[in-house]
Write a protein that binds this ligand. Structure first.
Ligand SMILES: NC(=O)c1ccc[n+]([C@@H]2O[C@H](COP(=O)([O-])OP(=O)(O)OC[C@H]3O[C@@H](n4cnc5c(N)ncnc54)[C@H](OP(=O)(O)O)[C@@H]3O)[C@@H](O)[C@H]2O)c1
Length: 307
């Protein structure tokens, strides 16, 4: 990592989100880097919170440009992640997923920081997964289009950039954000019926694995596009079965198997998806958690927190 004038510092944009908060926690615990957290309303570092007027992007730029906020690395984990909402509220989706990224890249260039942009398997059409880093993107929904445009904006910005593509994130719950795991677990435990598709295939990925991989990407100075995902490529239905088993929910609620066409969702999904992670395995010695182990980690963490 490039040394800053005072200390190494890393800014996590979207640091309150599902992945962003795992990044902040892993970086704070595993490295001695100074972590600056940027959320929609706050910029904060280890010394406390500082108010940031979310309406004023200029103020955000100014703060980064001052010596105090000058990061060596900026990780952008902020995005509008509700895929169906992106399909409908296209202007807002573009503003968050592309315009904001362009501003982040501009700031990275001005302060000579490395940029790590978090992206997704949704840049692919899901016809011939799993996908490698060199496969040709062809998004089938608006969210995927915005994320591909963001990748291109970063890669053509002249900034030292890494695109980390990941998918099907889960981990300990943050605020109101519910993952697929939370949805299945909470619905079954309150004796509800869940309809789960069996024709969407991908890799469930534990958020902390992405955070650890990001630390290694920074330490090893890896650029370009890199897939980071869990080792098991399974259907949503099989994932739900594993959730039901790990959280001991057999006999609670009901699971109904359906096909994607049965759900009238605004956005088309890439069905036969998944990410090949052999590049990360060789460059980073990336050994992500199996879905069974990840679910077990989530359960143990949640049990500890509610004690
Ligand atoms: N979740 C997945 O399964 C998945 C899969 C593949 C890729 N990804 C990618 O991984 C990254 C993180 O996803 P996530 O699931 O952790 O997302 P998340 O929990 O929805 O968090 C996204 C964060 O983005 C921030 N944000 C949203 N709109 C914003 C705006 N207009 N201006 C500034 N900040 C804004 C929010 O900040 P505040 O908290 O301050 O409101 C939020 O904390 C994203 O790039 C996403 O595309 C996610």
């Amino acid at each position: 990592m490039r040394r800053g004038e005072d200390s190494n510092s890393i800014m996590v944009v979207g640091g309150n989100g599902l992945l962003g908060s795992a990044m902040v926690s892993v970086i704070s615990q595993e490295t001695d880097w100074n972590v600056i957290v940027s959320t929609r309303t706050y910029l904060a570092d280890k010394s406390g919170y500082e108010r940031w007027d979310s309406g004023s992007r200029q103020e955000w730029k100014d703060k980064i440009l001052t010596k105090r906020w000058k990061p060596d690395v900026i990780v952008n984990a902020a995005a509008m992640t509700n895929v169906d909402m992106c399909e409908v509220e296209r202007e807002e989706a573009w503003k968050t997923n592309v315009d904001l990224v362009e501003i982040v890249a501009e700031m990275a260039r001005k302060v000579n920081a490395r940029l790590i942009q978090i992206s997704t398997d949704y840049v692919f059409d899901g016809a011939t997964g799993p996908y490698t880093e060199t496969d040709r993107p062809r998004p089938v929904n608006y969210y995927g289009k915005t994320k591909l445009a963001a990748e291109n904006a970063c890669l053509s910005s002249g900034v030292d950039t890494t695109i980390i593509r990941t998918m099907w994130l889960y981990g300990t719950r943050v605020k109101e954000k519910r993952t697929f795991v939370d949805w299945v677990k909470e619905s079954l435990s309150s004796d509800k019926e869940v309809s789960v598709v069996d024709d969407e295939i991908g890799n469930p990925t534990f958020t902390e694995d992405v955070a650890y991989a990001t630390v290694k990407v920074i330490e090893k100075n890896i650029g370009g596009i890199l897939n980071i995902a869990g080792p098991d490529r399974i259907s949503r239905w099989d994932w739900a079965e594993k959730i039901r088993s790990e959280f001991e929910l057999r006999g609670k609620g009901r699971m109904r198997k359906i096909g994607t066409k049965d759900l009238k969702r605004a956005a088309t999904r890439p069905l036969n998806s998944g990410l090949v992670t052999t590049k990360a395995a060789s460059l980073l010695e990336f050994k992500p958690m199996s879905v069974v182990k990840g679910l077990q980690m989530q359960r143990i963490t949640e049990e500890r927190e509610t004690r």
